[in-house]
Ligand binder design. Structure first.
Ligand code: UD1
Ligand code: MG
Length: 492
């Protein structure tokens, strides 16, 4: 059996996605709401694509412009079919088929709002269909509370039809085997069955489920794959279900990474998107959210309370209480606590971005340090440079943004403002409190601030009875020992 290898693919997958999603109470299409970092619709499209179908059709209706635009952004080639009025699942499939040429072979039908359904399950469904030589094969599940679902009707074990909850008798409502709404059909049987549909039912809709009865009545065999993992058949209709779905998928993602060698201290407060990749011996502390295409290298330690979206973290790096997006953190680098890494931040190997530092479009070389209270925007900082506490890279003059360059092993003293565009060359030294507006040559010293002027005896004259005056009077006038010691070090 070659199912899933792509050599014997199905003819078409029709994804139903025209419904209103009114219970979401959202301006955004329900299908664009995300579960673990991806839209519900993108899961449906990925699962469908795993069957390598000749045609992948998404039937759109409500908020169709949004949905169509989103489909364009996905990697798969998708045909869209429009269902103007939602006249039922049977009608919706008909709208999908209308976009395709006539063909024999298999048609898989799925929903756009069942995010946990995997391509592997669809492959198993197709395999079951082929093994049974069926005209229809239904993905079913046995659940404790089947209220609302279509029930699978069996006679002597063989499926004869599906009855919707609202059309079911009391006795039929006792049946716990439900229709997931996901099927494989023989295309000609499906077409013929759809042509026969009526709206003579409780909802006045064209039920796709009636094709099952049609196939049985034609003497064709109908089969089922009963799935144990009922999450894979669950749809999302409101934000309560959306939260439950996120929680369950996150739980599975976290379990996966723990089995791959990641330590996660508090799985309940850790959120990892489905496309994140983690290496072995990564440690995640409580309150960590890893989003988008974030990757974390071996032995890195993230958290607590850190959100990284589309960030690449190198092996051995430490990232504490940080918010970062579209950034690269080098191997063995240190970030945080309380750091804000905005897009275009690239921290080199062994570099440091420390407390209350904001970076944007800043390339910081290997071993360079931006340890405290700094804004570094549009900056290029050389390897081994040191940026003093409270340095501001003034990159914006109110009209334009420009770049500041700090050379290799350069030193910028505390509370300096570097007014861009400006170039502080390799090994240069900027004195603390400088406002740098001109380039500094390699190895040069720049002092750009007023000189200090002392007025001895000023306190005694102006504030004679103050506690400062008393302290001054009692002082022997000597420099504080700790300062003397520091000066000694400077000279030595
Ligand atoms: C349908 C099945 C039911 C099954 C249940 C599983 C029918 C008649 N019933 O019920 O047996 O247990 O799914 O969830 O098929 N849609 C369209 N156009 C339409 C109607 C629906 O695109 O005209 C789409 C919806 O967007 C949704 C899916 O089809 O993604 C299912 O529709 P929904 O109304 O939720 O299904 P039910 O009628 O509850
Ligand atoms: Mg319905």
């Amino acid at each position: 059996m070659s199912v899933g290898t792509g050599t014997d693919s199905v003819k078409a997958v029709v994804v139903l996605a025209a419904g209103g999603g009114t219970r979401m109470k959202s301006r955004r299409s329900k299908l664009l709401h995300e579960v673990c970092g991806r839209s519900m619709l993108s899961y449906a499209v990925s699962a469908a694509a795993a069957l390598n179908p000749e045609h992948l059709v998404v039937v759109v209706g409500h908020q169709r412009a949004q949905v169509a635009e989103h489909l364009e952004s996905l990697n798969e080639t998708v045909t869209t079919a429009v269902q103007d009025e939602q006249l039922g699942t049977g009608h919706a499939v008909g709208c999908g088929l209308k976009e395709l040429p006539e063909f024999d072979g298999e048609v898989v039908v799925t929903y756009g709002d069942v995010p946990m359904l995997t391509g592997e399950t669809l492959q198993r469904l197709v395999a079951t269909h082929r093994e049974g030589g069926n005209a229809v094969t239904i993905l079913t599940a046995e659940i404790d509370d089947p209220t609302g679902y279509g029930r699978i009707i069996r006679t002597a074990g063989r499926i004869t039809g599906i009855v919707e909850h609202r059309d079911a008798t009391e006795e039929q409502r006792e049946i716990r085997e439900i229709n997931s709404g996901i099927y494989v059909f023989d295309a000609p049987t499906l077409r013929a069955g759809l042509a026969q549909l009526s709206t003579d039912n409780a909802q006045g809709e064209q039920y796709l489920t009636d094709v099952v009865h049609y196939a049985h009545a034609q003497g064709r065999s109908v089969g089922a794959l009963i799935i144990d993992d009922i999450w894979q058949t669950e749809g999302v209709n409101d934000r309560v279900q959306l939260a439950r779905m996120n929680e369950e998928l996150n739980r599975r993602i976290i379990e996966h990474w723990m089995r791959e060698g990641v330590t996660i201290l508090d799985p309940r407060t850790t959120w990892i998107d489905v496309d994140v990749a983690l290496a072995t011996d990564v440690t995640l502390l409580p309150g960590v959210m890893l989003q988008g295409a974030t990757t974390v290298g071996e032995g890195a330690r993230i958290g607590p309370d850190t959100t990284l979206a589309d960030v690449e973290v190198g092996a051995g790096a430490q990232v504490i209480r940080t918010h970062g997006s579209f950034a690269v953190i080098g191997e063995n680098a240190a970030v945080g606590p309380f750091s804000y890494l905005r897009p275009g931040t690239q921290l080199g190997v062994g570099g440091k971005i420390g407390a209350f530092v904001e970076t944007k479009n800043a390339v910081i070389g290997d071993g360079a340090k931006v340890p405290h209270l700094t804004y570094a925007g549009d900056a290029v900082i050389g390897a081994g440079a040191n940026i003093g506490a409270g340095t501001i890279f003034a990159n914006y003059d109110g009209v334009n943004k420009s770049t500041t360059h700090v050379g290799e092993a350069a030193f910028v003293g505390s509370n300096s403002v570097l007014v861009s565009p400006v170039d502080i060359a390799d090994g240069a030294f900027v004195a603390a409190g400088s406002a740098i507006t001109e380039d500094v040559p390699a190895g040069g010293l720049a002092v750009a601030r007023g000189r200090q002027h002392n007025s001895p005896g000023w306190i005694a004259k102006r504030r004679p009875d103050s506690k400062a005056a008393k302290a001054a009077a009692a002082s022997d006038g000597a420099t504080h020992p700790a300062v003397t010691e520091s000066r000694g070090k400077l000279k030595g």
